[in-house]
Every structure is written in structure tokens, then in C-alpha cells.
Design a protein around this ligand. Structure first.
Ligand code: FE2
Length: 385
């Protein structure tokens, strides 16, 4: 997504043929009409050979939901495995541009999938898997972000212990512009570099043949059957393809005094930003308070998915917890946390933060996961310091 990739056999020039007897079928896979990032895909067969389509409705995000606009703790670690990588998405928070879910699949997908609506950013909380797409196979494991561009047909095969935090976004999920120089190269001083980004191996080995492709339009699926397969490329080139990057490859930015969340930014979009809290040394001023100060994020709703480590600022939070801190209400360390933080030298936490610029609502899927005591968790109890 930030550099040119070429795999397999492709014609010398775009929109030309190499062998008139055995024509390959060129598909422009591109964003923003013909003006954004794109790749040119060379299929053996026509990618349009759809023999039938049918429609299947999806249940709405919320019909009876709790609409209170309060800080929340969603205990997603309480959920059981269910469904597959698509039907097992358990939605937590959403607005018109962004949907957040956790996925703990019980069974493998038996179809291909494509989102017509959203980019998909998987954070791998546990387990391993392979993402198959026309671009080839991309292996992933714990601590990986896997970014699948909107419109990519894919199939995922995952281990029995796999679980994910998933961001679906109507808007592009980009490498932050400020991380790139005017030539499009990742700059020095950014939390990750081009060589940390993994692109698919150009192979379909291990891909299962599925009859149907589910195309997600958010309120319904269109289910297509086709002659042949879309996983038939002779080659491709361009800038648009799925990729992965692991948190262990990232270099956190640290400082003398507490640094705000934007220094931990990983991806950005028009309606959100994604940051990653990584294991890191704390601030090195001799009288530094390493924990965050109280803050009013007056223009964003702040979501944190806690993946691993010791989460110093939040009592009662476990691996797999999600917190929502809403605009308009001040939040920060719970009672005693500032005192406890002084003198600490570092953290081993890994957590994913999503700041949504439009207000988030609670999805019906998470009604039973909401911790009713969280909003009161900042009250100092009689015996606390
Ligand atoms: Fe915050």
C-alpha cells in the first residue's frame, strides 16, 4: 500500500497483450474511481463470469440498544466462539463510518467474502491463519495487523485459538500522511518502516475451492456464484493489495515527559485514527508521572482494545477488554493509579486504540458484555489512596 509490488507474469505495458492466442484479462482494482491507489490484475479467465446472484438480509446493528452516552467497559473476553470469520463477528461499537467487532470463530469459512462497503483491519489477538486473496496468501499470527482493502475477495483459514479485533471502515485506512515524505517513502523517525510491511506470497497453495462469494453491503449480502475463480492471476502490479505488519516490528516513540496518543498512531482515516500502545520505557524526567493525565477528548470517542500485558491505567481490565471513553465526559486514571505509576520504568502492554470522530453507539451484540459498574469506577472508595 505504500510501495510498488509486481508479482508473476504481466505484459510489458499496461493495456496490451503478450500472446494474442492466450489473452489474459486485465482488471483495474482501484480506489477513488480511477484516481486513487490501484493495482492491475491479470486473470486467466474473465472475472465477470457470474452465473447467479441472490440476496440475504443482515440483522441491524441495533434495534433495542442501550443508547446512553457513557464511558463503557465491554468484557468481550466473556464471549464464546461462534460462527466463522464473517458470521462470527460480534459487533461492539459503531457509527455510520466505522464498525468495531471481535471475532472468535468456531468454524472455518465455507465461502469467499468481499466487502463492498469497507476496508477491513484485523488485529490478531491470538492464534494464526492465512488470508487468501487473488494477490496470493498472506500468513499472519498474534500481534499482526492485517489490512484488507475494500473490494478484495478473500478467504481466511484460521487456527482453533484465533481471535481478532476488527475495524471496518467506509473511509480508507491509510498509513498516516505525516509519516511519508513527498516521494511517498516512510520517513525516518516513524514507528515502522517499509521493510516491516509484509505482502502476500504469490501462491494459492492450500486455498479451498468454494462455490459462493458473499459480498457485504452492510445491510445485506449479495451472494454470487461464478464460472471459474477469481483466484487465477498470472500476475499483478501496483500499490493496492492486502498487507500485514506486526507490533513487534514497531518502534514506540518515547520521551522525557508523557507523550499523547497521536505519537502512537499506526493508521489514519477521514473518520478515525488507529494507534498502538506498545511495550516501552516510560518517560525519563526524574519527577515524571508516566501515566496519562485526565483528558477531555472533546472531538472524538476513544476506544481501546486491550490485547496483552499489564494495563496500568485501568483497574478491572483484562486481556480482551474494550473500553469506550466518550467525548464530553472527562476521563483519566482511576483512583490510586497516578500514585502507583510514579517510579515505574516501563510497560509490557499491547493495546489498540481507535479514535472515532463521529459518536459511537453500542451494538445489540454487546448488550450483555457491558460492565454496569464502569462509569462509577473513578469514584475513590473509602480505603483507596
Ligand atoms: Fe483516553
Amino acid at each position: 500500500m505504500v510501495y510498488y509490488v509486481k508479482r508473476g507474469e504481466i505484459p510489458d505495458s499496461r493495456h496490451t497483450f503478450t500472446d494474442r492466442v492466450r489473452l489474459v484479462r486485465e482488471e483495474l482494482f482501484g480506489e477513488e474511481s480511477f484516481d486513487g491507489l490501484y493495482s492491475l490484475l491479470y486473470h486467466k479467465q474473465e472475472p465477470t463470469a457470474v452465473t447467479s446472484v441472490r440476496r440475504e438480509p443482515q440483522k441491524p446493528m441495533s434495534t433495542k440498544g442501550d443508547t446512553s452516552y457513557v464511558h463503557r467497559h465491554l468484557r468481550t473476553y466473556m464471549t464464546q466462539r461462534e460462527g466463522d470469520m464473517v458470521s462470527g463477528r460480534r459487533y461492539t461499537l459503531y457509527n455510520d463510518r466505522v464498525r468495531l467487532s471481535v471475532v472468535k470463530p468456531l468454524v472455518q469459512m465455507e465461502y469467499y467474502f468481499r466487502s463492498a462497503m469497507s476496508e477491513q483491519l484485523f488485529f490478531v489477538h491470538s492464534g494464526t491463519g492465512i488470508l487468501f486473496s487473488p494477490f496470493g496468501k498472506l500468513e499472519f499470527g498474534r500481534g499482526d495487523y492485517v489490512l484488507v482493502p475494500k473490494g478484495t475477495t478473500y478467504h481466511m483459514k484460521v487456527s482453533d485459538d484465533a481471535s481478532f479485533f476488527l475495524l471496518e471502515s467506509r473511509d480508507r485506512i491509510n498509513v498516516p500522511q505525516r509519516y511519508m515524505n513527498s516521494y511517498g517513502q516512510l520517513k525516518e523517525g516513524t514507528p515502522y518502516y517499509t521493510r516491516d510491511i509484509r505482502v502476500p506470497e504469490f501462491s494459492y497453495d492450500g486455498l479451498e475451492s468454494c462455490r459462493e462469494t458473499y459480498v457485504d453491503f452492510w445491510d445485506h449480502f449479495l451472494i454470487e456464484e461464478r464460472e471459474g475463480t477469481l483466484f487465477d492471476l498470472e500476475g499483478y502490479d501496483g500499490y493496492l493489495y492486502p498487507f500485514a505488519i506486526n507490533v513487534d516490528r514497531m518502534a514506540p516513540v518515547v520521551g522525557k515527559l508523557h507523550l499523547p496518543p497521536p505519537v502512537h498512531e499506526t493508521f489514519s482515516g477521514k473518520s478515525f485514527m488507529v494507534g498502538t500502545f506498545l511495550p516501552r520505557k516510560f518517560d525519563f524526567h526524574p519527577r515524571a508521572i508516566p501515566i496519562s493525565y485526565y483528558h477531555s477528548n472533546i472531538d472524538t470517542d476513544e476506544v481501546i482494545f486491550y490485547s496483552s500485558g499489564n494495563f496500568m491505567s485501568r483497574r478491572g481490565i483484562s486481556e480482551g477488554s474494550i473500553t469506550l471513553h466518550v467525548r464530553g465526559l472527562i476521563h483519566g486514571p482511576q483512583p490510586g493509579a497516578v500514585e502507583d505509576s510514579i517510579g515505574k520504568e516501563g510497560t509490557d502492554e499491547v493495546a489498540v486504540m481507535v479514535e472515532a470522530y463521529d459518536p459511537l453507539k453500542l451494538a445489540d451484540d454487546s448488550l450483555g458484555l457491558d460492565d454496569p459498574d464502569y462509569m462509577g469506577s473513578w469514584i475513590r472508595k473509602p480505603n483507596s489512596r
